[in-house]
Design a protein around this ligand. Sequence first.
Ligand code: FES
Length: 490
Amino acid sequence: MNKILLREGSRICVIQTQGQQSLLDTLRKEGFFVYAPCGGKGRCGKCLVEIRGEGKVLACNYYPDKDIEVILPAKEEAQILTTQTTFLEDLPPVHSRQLFHPDAYGVAIDLGTTTVVCYFVHLASGRILKISSWMNPQKAYGADVISRISFCQENPDGLKMLQTVLTESINKEFESFLSEMKADRQQIQEIVVAGNTTMLHILLGYDPETLALAPFTPAFTAQQVLGGAQTSFLMHSRGHLITLPCLSAYVGADIVAGLAVLRAPQQNYLFLDIGTNGEMALVKGKEIFTCATAAGPAFEGASLSCGMPALKGAISSFESPRNFIVLGEVEPSGICGSGVIDVVAWLLRNNFMDESGLIQQDFEIYPGVRITQADIREIQLAKSAIYSGIKILLKRAGLNFQDLDALFLAGGLGNYIHIPSAIEIGLLPAELRDKIFPVGNSAGIGALQFLRSEMFANKVNWVVQHSQYIELSNDEDFVLEFAMNMDFLK
Ligand code: FES
């Protein structure tokens, strides 16, 4: 056994190595979560940590065989979407549940693959008392749902580990809220969770393996209700944890909650959440067509050479090589989704890239931060997948772009993206240029409405009953569209 002296910002601690474990595994076991998009397979090159005297190493490829000193990247400050907007319902708080305590609390959770947001609510009044957000600690086991599912398949305790790190991180926020309120865990009476299907499976301890294998059958899609005593959360034993219903393996409760909470007077509209998957729905009067496209983690930065989530140090907006914005007012250390889309649009506009996506050489935005040809290819795959998904929904609904009244963008990227750049690279349809609206955190606000107003459950049920899911994995039309939409059009 060797000693590891760890430095993380001002925090210093000493841990021991355990047998033949990689540094990444050792750190994860000790509760230090290094960003590891490929889940520790040595492919993404992102799990860098500094070893004093040796320089930067990949934590997943480093097996300590002596005492070492490790310097971890400072704690992340993430740009996490928590907002309500006028596009989302704000129902009056009405609930007939019996409260166990005059100051009983509820928590609405938006459980994302990348981020987690908690809305703490005073149940009697419906008032929001606190909003907490943080990076999903499961990111240390892979950036997207597929790498998390593989982690569960490859490790006998994988599911338990992912469930535990998540539950612990949520409980930590509960603890801090309860201590601020000078309240007791018995006062947390209800928890409502919206998230994608994989996240909900892991949260509830269901093996997600079937979600990654055709025919992609979830263990459940319906709303799940657990008694407080059946969960590991700091809550009343007779309280409830409710997960909102999903529609399929890749159209989850985050989309259901988003569709239900959308205040949309329009007749025909699109709803799109761009994340590691492009999950989308087309509402045509009383019919809802949904699908999910495997966009890959390009827009979340994980599969790009200098890509990173929207954290401190990420280039988030780019107008020109002399005019770009870095999150957190520090030196740039990478580029996040909204920045990448801007850069690709700029390269196209200024003829540094042709319509097929070919660039003459890597484009350096800042020393050490560049976009490579391979990055451009990743972006092409992702943007084509999403645009082609939209085309298939239109086709199945028998509509054209002219028939649509709006395109609502959900999720973090959808809200921070620069719409003209997204149109320029062919991610979003130019035909809808004046009808595209970011709506805020629709999944989180949907969970919040469910917690506060019992009328909202009817909206959720309506969405589930009127939705039909279109599986794209072996859809010939989709394959054709996907090939046709790869190029960038000027
Ligand atoms: S290279 Fe180490 S986690 Fe990807």
